[in-house]
Design a protein around this ligand. Structure first.
Ligand code: HEC
Length: 217
């Protein structure tokens, strides 16, 4: 390039003449075009660079917005509060007597309880509540849960004790049954379902808990 020529880039000079300019270096026989990236490409590149930088400052440096974890925790807190309130409301009107004489004699409650049992409990406590499954020829295989028909209750034998073990699960520190623990179903099911399934278990053990006969029309 002589000194009289105006200073323009090699690429601009070449494209003016309808040529393609190559950069000087060459590696492994590969050469590069000496061209500007298109503006639309550059626009996206800088826009995203700026976006990232702003995001990094706002989100990570100053914590001006709330993180997903914080939002999740807030929502869980609201849900847990509502659940605790629902449990408290139910417990205010629930005692041994209500469970035995009202819920365990109410066909509607028993139907709900049976449904809950079939969906959530049967796998470990068995269809006949004996915590076993028949494999024919009068033989049985034991399931992980305790029998709910043997008249023995590991964690207390009042109706409310049974409600509690279902709602709260095995007490902290308990070694369980053959190493298996009972899950806290209060985490998963509404307290009304726990009460209904308790009523269903009481009905199945009607003799032990003196559950009155259902007097129907
Ligand atoms: C994954 C298996 C499993 C499921 C599902 C399960 N349980 Fe249990 N359950 C157990 C085990 C194991 C124990 C014994 C826990 C212990 O001893 O600490 C137990 C104990 C109990 C007890 C105390 C029994 C006793 O003899 O003291 C009751 C009542 C009970 N479960 C009811 C239920 C109900 C109602 C459901 C359904 C809502 C249910 N369980 C679902 C495994 C299960």
């Amino acid at each position: 390039m002589s000194q009289e020529e105006p200073k323009i880039t090699r690429a601009a000079y070449a494209s003016k003449k309808g040529e393609i300019a190559l950069r000087e270096h060459e590696y492994d026989g590969i050469q590069e075009y000496d061209q500007l990236l298109p503006n639309w490409w550059l626009f996206i590149f800088f826009a995203f660079t700026f976006f990232f930088f702003a995001y990094w400052i706002i989100y990570y440096q100053f914590g001006l917005t709330r993180t997903d974890v914080e939002r999740l925790e807030d929502r869980l807190a609201v849900i847990n509060e509502a659940k605790a309130a629902a449990l408290e409301e139910l417990l205010a009107n629930l005692d041994d007597d209500v469970l035995v004489t009202q819920l365990a004699t109410d066909p509607e409650q028993l139907a709900v309880g049976h449904q809950v049992y079939t969906t959530h409990c049967l796998a470990c406590h068995g269809a006949d509540l004996h915590a076993r499954i028949s494999i024919g020829d009068g033989q049985f295989v034991n399931l992980p849960g305790r029998s709910l028909m043997d008249g023995e209750w590991e964690y207390g034998d009042t109706p409310m004790d049974i409600f509690r073990i279902i709602n709260d699960g095995s007490p902290p520190g308990s070694s369980g049954f053959n190493g298996a623990l009972m899950e806290a179903f209060g985490q998963r099911l509404p307290p009304t379902d726990i009460a209904a399934v308790t009523a269903y278990i009481l009905r199945e053990n009607a003799e032990q808990f003196d559950v009155p006969e259902i007097s129907g029309p």
